[in-house]
Write a protein that binds this ligand. Structure first.
Ligand code: NAP
Length: 309
């Protein structure tokens, strides 16, 4: 296996750190970027703050004079949550700076050495939230832009030996995730309700997907977004595997209510949950809804639907 030199942003913790450990264990040279210092980092960890575009650009230029990079992972990112009515534009700008400006500046700094060697790997870390997650206006917009940059750069660089891909993690157990989603919280239950595997991802699992795109073998893949998300992007609402016993009981109640309406469509218990919810809210007999609501109180999955009925 050829030894490569890889630049990883946001490398000191979470996904970036798991990736750095993995790459170093596989014999690659890892240069990490973060604000803090960590003597246990498996390579050089360079202090750069992406909160300041000008200073970050200068520091990256200096770094590329010391290393000839083969790959870059634009992993640094941050999320602030807000509802539509409460969006604070300075928060949006901060998210764009951390998620987008950082990726552009970092990639621009390594591009000359990639072009010279006619080989390179660019991997952007985006997110499952681009498929639609409440409270993520600014964050999802920034990550969707990064998906778009992935495709644009893939087109521009397609004939150069440089590939550009993205990995979109689902909820992954890191400090960033825990800042907004404490263990055991309703927010965590809501997240898990959308993940067919019904568990959080591990940083190492996301790192494995990124490492694949960095590998020699991934040479014919470019412009792709790979969701590493426990199935979250496939459609949690349609997944029968989400149905715990209270769900099943609720479905049985619904089925009985619908059968009484003599509608062929509504007799079908495989009708997507969204339609079942609407049916409860608008047409289901109140006693059925009440009983189903009580039944589902103990379930970590159902409140997502029940609270809206
Ligand atoms: N965790 C999830 O559930 C999840 C899901 C989808 C996507 N993602 C994405 O995956 C990526 C990694 O997330 P994570 O959960 O591993 O994050 P994390 O645990 O919070 O780690 C963030 C890393 O970025 C560095 N960093 C933060 N602000 C920085 C700044 N201004 N300048 C330079 N470095 C900075 C941190 O080090 P310092 O604090 O020392 O600077 C740290 O190394 C992010 O792009 C995130 O949006 C995460």
């Amino acid at each position: 296996m050829k030894t490569r030199t890889i630049l990883v942003t946001g490398a000191s913790r979470g996904i970036g750190r798991a990736l750095s450990d993995r790459l170093a264990n596989n014999g690659h040279v890892v240069v990490g970027v973060a604000r803090g210092r960590d003597p246990t980092f498996p390579g050089e960890l360079v202090p750069i703050d992406f909160g300041d575009d000008g200073a970050a650009a200068g520091a990256l230029q200096a770094l590329t004079k010391r290393y000839s990079f083969d790959g870059v992972v634009n992993n640094v990112g941050m999320a602030k949550l807000h509802r539509l009515g409460e969006i604070n534009l300075s928060d949006v700008e901060e998210m764009l700076r951390l998620n987008i400006h950082s990726a552009i500046l970092t990639t621009q700094s390594v591009l000359p050495s990639f072009m010279e060697s006619r080989w390179g790997r660019i991997v952007n870390v985006t997110s499952l939230v681009t498929t639609g997650t409440a409270l993520r206006s600014g964050y999802a917009a920034a990550k969707a832009a990064l998906n778009s940059l992935t495709r644009t750069w893939a087109m521009e660089l397609a004939e150069t030996g440089i590939t550009v891909n993205a990995v979109a993690p689902g909820p992954t157990e890191t400090e960033m995730f825990r800042r907004n989603t404490p263990a055991g919280s309703e927010a965590e239950a809501r997240f898990l309700s959308t993940i067919p595997m019904r568990r959080l991802g591990k940083p190492e699992e996301i790192a494995a997907a990124i490492a694949f795109f960095l590998s020699e073998e991934a040479s014919y893949i470019t412009g792709q977004v790979l969701f590493a998300d426990g199935g979250g992007s496939v459609g949690a609402l349609q997944s029968d595997s989400l149905w715990c016993e209270p769900h099943m009981e609720r479905a049985r109640l619904l089925s009985a209510a619908m059968a009484s309406r003599k509608s062929r469509e509504r007799q079908d218990t495989s009708v997507p949950l969204r339609r079942l919810r609407v049916a409860i809210a608008k047409k289901g007999p109140p006693e059925v809804h009440d009983k189903a609501a009580v039944l589902t109180k103990s379930c970590p999955v159902w409140p997502r639907f029940c609270s809206k009925t």
